[in-house]
Design a protein around this ligand. Structure first.
Ligand code: ADP
Length: 606
């Protein structure tokens, strides 16, 4: 990375910290400046006191110096201590915010980015890097240190300025001290480059190991995996693997510590030599009478502190440079734009509920894919119609629904709602007209009511009605806290476990609660047998009443009650019509699939 890039990342990071964690950053700046200044107060005034004693000044002057020393030190410390709890609390909140930032970003991203496995990997990686200490943690640390050492350098220079201005001190001594400072920077920088390489290699390996460990930990602590782990006797080998990771981590850390110490040895030696030589120079200057007795300690401390601060600045630059590589990746993730076109039109709330949706020559390719998932789809349907989308697995049924709900936009063609391109509608409003139950629906470890209403505040009676309609009447009666009962035991030990079939019914109740004009079932029942799926679909059809309902299945019989059936095959609609019409076409795909699947619906032995 070029120096200019390091600089621009550092600037951006600081602006980012100030914008997202303003309170913490302001406390950090104030606290770092105050704690850096406080040690200079007694140094400055002690030289004044010694000079006043030597020159026989009045007691009053001495008392003023003592009061100023104690008073100023006390005041600065009190202010710094008052800031500290706010800074610590703001730091803890910054950490919580960091977790929340990932969730917020995931929610703001276009759906296609969420499905993109490269983006998912990037997210996992930067999360692990942050847990390893990079990004926010090192950014806070280096920012604090830069402000602290920067203040120390300014104070040290201010304190030693009169030394360099003093015409009685020989030019050789001044040049010698400046030379020593320059030598410190050179030695520090050389050691920094070497130790940076060692540290970077180590951290890269650590991030990789942490990533694997994280996956392992998730796996072994997931109770779903607990069955397989026990039944197949995997515990011993998993424990051995995890112990091997720990040992590997420990071995690498030990190796890095030894190498780092070796690389930094010249730095430590040179710094001590430089401190010693500076002392000698200053004593020589004092002996020759060029500086006052009181000033010796001031200059010695000032120059030693200056050397220390410069060395620390170089070290922190090393840490900041290492972090820049990670921050760059961090910003890459958070900079991912949401390219979905955001329209502004409001979706007309029609009293006559006269909506119609039309797919006009729609084709779609998934991002990064060369093949068409959908090709030249033309389909029109009205509110109140019952539409079935049938076809083999992989024929494009789910993709069709994802486009209709605007999880993706078409690659070619357009989708119209009441004659208007759906991209022109306000995104959230457009989404609100669909209730979809996908095959991979999610339930949360919250209360049942929250799961159905997808909100903390819900209409309890409406939740109960929807659950009853979805076939959960008996189950509801067995629950200890009715709709307040928690699902699973993550947050509540009295939470209930539910079967796969019950989970599907809760997902159906959620779709009913939303009460949207369009109801879509995208094979949430795929794990059930064909007859049970048919029963659920036809029951749902009764509940859906006069709403538009779209049923998706690879099992033709599940949807035979629909007004209109579209047969998908390899991304295209190859047939459309009612069940009877399609079955009448004995050379059609529907007829072929129907006969192939008919055995599942025959009585046994038929
Ligand atoms: P169906 O619902 O009929 O089983 P899908 O709509 O899920 O079919 O898939 C249609 C085609 O698109 C398949 O070839 C599938 O592999 C592909 N596909 C589905 N999802 C993605 C995705 N996220 N990225 C790339 N290709 C996908």
């Amino acid at each position: 990375m070029k120096l200019s890039e390091h600089f621009s990342i550092e600037m951006r990071s600081f602006r980012w910290l100030l914008r997202h964690e303003r309170k913490y950053t302001l406390c950090l700046i104030a606290h770092s400046i105050l704690t850096a200044i406080v040690s200079y107060v007694p140094l400055y005034f002690s030289s004044k006191i010694i000079d006043a004693l030597v020159s026989g000044d009045s007691v009053r002057v001495l008392v003023v110096y003592v009061v100023l020393t104690v008073g100023l030190t006390f005041l600065i410390k009190v202010i710094a201590d008052a800031i500290r709890p706010h800074m610590d609390a703001a730091f803890k909140r910054a950490y919580l915010n960091e977790e929340w930032r990932y969730s917020k970003k995931a929610m703001e991203m276009a759906y296609e980015s969420i499905e993109d496995c490269d983006i998912a990997l990037l997210r996992d990686r930067i999360k692990t890097e942050s847990q390893t200490g990079f990004n926010l943690f090192y950014l806070c640390r280096t920012t604090r240190n830069f402000i602290f050492t920067g203040t120390q350098i300014i104070c040290s220079l201010a304190m030693t300025l009169s030394f360099f201005r003093n015409s009685m001190i020989s030019i050789q001594i001044k040049v010698g001290i400046v030379g020593l400072l320059a030598a410190t920077i050179v030695v520090e920088s050389l050691c920094m480059i070497k130790s940076m390489k060692i540290t970077n290699t180590f951290w890269d390996e650590c991030v990789f190991l942490n990533l694997i460990m994280e996956k392992y930990n998730n796996y072994v602590s997931n109770y779903g995996a607990g069955k397989d782990i026990r039944l197949y006797g995997m515990a011993d080998s998993l424990i051995k693997d995890m112990e091997a990771f720990d040992t590997e981590q420990y071995r690498k850390n030990r190796k890095r510590s030894v190498e780092w110490t070796k690389a930094n040895l010249p730095r430590v030696i040179v710094l001590e030599i430089l401190k010693f030589t500076t002392n000698l120079f200053l004593i020589a200057a004092a002996v020759s009478g060029a500086v006052s007795v009181g000033s010796i300690s001031k200059y010695v401390s000032g120059i030693v502190k200056l050397l220390w601060a410069v060395a620390k600045l170089v070290q922190d630059t090393q840490l900041a440079f290492s972090n820049h590589k990670y921050l760059k990746r961090y910003f890459t993730y958070f900079d991912i734009p949401n390219n979905m076109y955001q329209g502004t039109l409001t979706v007309e709330k029609r009293d006559d509920v006269e909506y119609y949706v039309e797919f006009r020559d729609v084709s779609f390719r998934y991002p990064g894919s060369d093949s068409w998932a959908l090709r030249n789809i033309n389909l029109k349907f009205k509110i109140g119609e019952k539409l079935a989308i049938v076809g083999m697995n992989g024929s494009g049924k789910t993709t069709f629904i994802k486009l209709m709900c605007r999880l993706y936009d078409p690659t070619e063609g357009e989708i119209l709602l009441n004659g208007v391109d759906v991209r022109k509608y306000d995104y959230d409003e457009y989404m609100s007209i669909f209730s979809v139950v996908f095959q991979d629906f999610s339930l949360f470890a919250f209360s049942l009511g929250q799961n159905v209403a997808v909100s903390r505040d819900y209409d309890k009676q409406k939740v109960i009605d929807c659950m009853k309609k979805a076939g959960l009447k008996e189950r509801l009666e067995t629950l200890p806290n009715s709709t307040e009962t928690f699902l699973y035991k993550n947050y509540d030990p009295s939470g209930v476990e539910i079967s796969g079939g019950e989970a599907q019914k809760i997902a159906l109740a959620r779709a009913l609660y939303k009460d949207a004009p369009f109801m879509i079932l995208d094979e949430p029942t795929a794990a059930l047998d064909p007859v049970s799926e048919y029963e659920i679909y036809s029951k749902f059809n009764e509940i859906a009443g006069d709403k538009t309902a779209i049923y998706i299945s690879h099992r033709l019989a599940s949807c035979r009650f629909c007004d209109k059936i579209a047969v998908f095959h390899e991304g295209a609609i190859i047939q459309q019509g009612s069940h009877e019409e399609l079955l009448a076409d004995v050379r059609g795909k529907y007829y072929e699939l129907w006969n192939a699947q008919a055995q599942y619906y025959m009585p046994e032995g038929a």
